[in-house]
Design a protein around this ligand. Structure first.
Ligand SMILES: Cc1ncc(COP(=O)(O)O)c(C=O)c1O
Length: 429
C-alpha cells in the first residue's frame, strides 16, 4: 500500500500509535476518504496519523505532495516573482483532493485559488485557507450573501449579475471584490468584447462592488499555430485599455492557463491561472521538453482473485473477449463506478510486477479483469498500478486518456469519491 520511494512513515510505528489511541479500532482515525501521512492537512486539531479501515478495499489514489511542490516551483520559475499565481483547484483539485492540495500550494506561495462552484469555494475556505478564492464558473442571484459572508470572489459575466451583486452588497453596507470575465473567443461565459459599448458604462454605476480583476480564457493555447491565441490576446488587451480609459484599473489582469504559462510569457500579465501543470501533466506532448513536471497522482489496487481458464473461455459481460489460449486472469477491485473508464474494455492495460497486463472483457461497475498469463509470478494480492509507475513501466494519464478517447483532465477528474486519496511526500530530488 505504501507508494514507492517515499519516506513518509514507519507503518509499524503508526499502527502502534493508533492502537494506543484507539485500542479496539484504528479505523476510527480514517477520515472519510482521505488518508494523510506526515502531512498536517486535516484541520485545526488533526490526529497524529490517519489510516484506512484495516480490512478496506485496497484501491487507492496516492497524491505526492512533493511532486505538487515541484510543479508549483516550475510555474514560479516560468512567471517570475512579480506575477501572481492563482492555482486552479476546481473539481476536487483535478481529482487530487482539494483541501490537502490547496494547503500545500498555499505553503508554496500560491497567491490565490480558483474553483468552479460556490460549494467548492466553501470547502477550501472552511477547511484550509485564508487566501483569495475565485469562483470561476458563475454566480447565481441567491448565492450573493454567501459570497460576501465567506469572502469568496465571484466572476461576473453579465450586467444583470453586476446589478444583483451590487444591490446585495449595498444592502449589507459591504464591499465585494469581483472579477470581470471577458469572452475573447471561448464563447462560453463572459462579457462579449463586441458588445463592450453596452456593458462598459454599467461599471461606472458601481459603488459596492470593487473590480479587483479582469480576465479571459484561451480556447487553444496549446496549438502550435497560435494565431487564434494571438487574436484572443489582442482582444483582451483592447478591453483592458478601454477599462483603463474609463478609470477602471483592476489589480489582477489574467489570461494564462498552463499551456500559456509554459509557452507564452507575453500572456502572463499580473496573474496566471495554471491547473493541469500543477498536477504534473503537460498540456500537450510538444511541451514535454519545455518544462519538467512530475505527475502527482498514482492509482493502485491489488489482485483480488486469480484464475486459470481454459482456451475458449468468455470473460465479463457481453462475451466481448474469449481466451485464445489457456489463460491466467486476474480480477481487480476497481470498475467504472470508480472512474476507471469502461472504454478501456479490451483496450487498456495495467502494471503487474513491472509488466503490462491487458484489460480483457468489459470493465464492470466494480471489477475489472486483466490477462496475466505472461506474468507467471503474478499472485493474489499483488500490487497493480492502474495509473503511474511500476518498475520501469509507466501508464500516464495521457495514455489512459488515449485509450478512452478523451483527455487527461477527464481521466483525473472522473476518479470517484469512493477511491480514498492517500497523501504523502516523496523524497526531494
Ligand atoms: C477559467 C479557467 N482558468 C484556468 C484553467 C486552468 O487550465 P489548465 O488546467 O489547462 O491550466 C481552467 C481550466 O479548465 C479554466 O476553466
Amino acid at each position: 500500500m505504501c507508494p514507492p520511494n517515499s519516506h513518509l512513515f514507519n507503518l509499524a510505528k503508526m499502527v502502534d500509535c493508533l492502537k494506543a489511541l484507539q485500542p479496539t479500532d484504528g479505523s476510527q482515525l480514517y477520515n472519510g476518504n482521505r488518508i494523510c501521512y506526515g502531512l498536517n492537512v486535516t484541520g485545526t486539531n488533526p490526529p497524529p496519523f490517519m489510516i484506512t479501515a484495516p480490512k478496506g478495499r485496497p484501491t487507492f489514489c496516492y497524491i505526492d505532495h512533493q511532486a505538487l511542490r515541484w510543479n508549483f516551483r516550475q510555474v514560479r520559475e516560468k512567471v517570475g516573482r512579480h506575477v501572481k499565481v492563482l492555482s486552479v483547484v476546481k473539481a476536487n483539485a483535478y481529482g487530487h483532493d482539494a483541501c490537502p492540495v490547496t494547503k500545500t500550494l498555499a505553503e508554496e506561495g500560491s497567491d490565490a485559488f480558483g474553483v468552479a462552484t460556490l460549494e467548492e469555494g466553501l470547502e477550501i475556505r472552511h477547511e484550509t485557507i485564508e487566501s483569495p478564492i475565485l469562483v470561476l464558473a458563475g454566480v447565481y442571484p441567491e448565492q450573493a450573501e454567501q459570497f460576501l459572508r465567506n469572502r469568496l470572489t465571484p466572476v461576473v459575466c453579465e450586467t444583470e449579475s453586476l446589478r444583483n451583486l451590487e444591490a446585495v452588497a449595498r444592502s449589507q453596507g459591504a464591499t465585494l471584490n469581483v472579477h470581470l470575465k471577458v469572452d475573447t473567443g471561448m464563447a462560453r461565459i463572459g462579457f462579449p468584447v463586441a458588445e463592450i459599448d453596452s456593458w462598459l458604462p454599467e461599471l461606472r454605476k458601481l459603488k459596492a462592488l470593487k473590480i479587483d480583476g479582469v480576465f479571459s480564457h484561451f480556447a487553444h493555447a496549446e496549438s502550435v499555430d497560435g494565431s487564434y491565441t494571438r487574436r484572443q490576446m489582442e482582444l483582451f488587451e483592447q478591453v483592458v485599455r478601454r477599462l483603463q480609459e474609463q478609470g477602471c484599473r483592476p489589480a489582477l489582469v489574467h489570461l494564462a492557463n498552463s499551456a500559456a504559462v509554459i509557452t507564452l510569457p507575453s500572456s502572463h500579465f499580473s496573474m496566471v491561472r495554471p491547473g493541469l501543470m500543477l498536477y504534473g501533466i503537460h498540456p500537450s506532448p510538444a511541451m514535454t521538453n519545455q518544462v519538467d513536471l512530475k505527475p502527482a497522482l498514482s492509482w493502485n489496487t491489488r489482485i483480488l482473485q486469480l484464475k486459470q481458464l481454459p482456451k475458449g473461455s468468455s470473460i465479463s459481460y457481453g462475451q466481448t473477449f474469449v481466451t485464445e489460449r489457456k489463460s491466467l486472469i486476474a480480477t481487480l477491485p476497481v470498475g467504472y463506478a470508480d472512474g476507471y473508464p469502461r472504454l478501456l474494455s479490451n483496450r487498456g492495460a495495467v502494471l503487474v510486477r513491472g509488466k503490462r497486463a491487458p484489460v480483457v472483457g468489459r470493465v464492470c461497475m466494480d471489477l475489472t479483469m486483466v490477462d496475466v498469463t505472461d506474468i507467471r509470478e503474478a499472485q493474489q494480492g499483488d500490487e497493480v498500478v492502474l495509473l503511474g509507475k511500476q518498475g520501469e513501466e509507466v501508464i500516464s494519464a495521457d495514455e489512459m486518456a488515449q485509450w478512452a478517447n478523451t483527455i487527461s483532465y477527464e481521466i483525473l477528474t472522473s476518479i470517484g469519491a469512493r477511491v480514498p486519496r492517500v497523501h504523502y511526500s516523496s523524497k526531494e530530488d
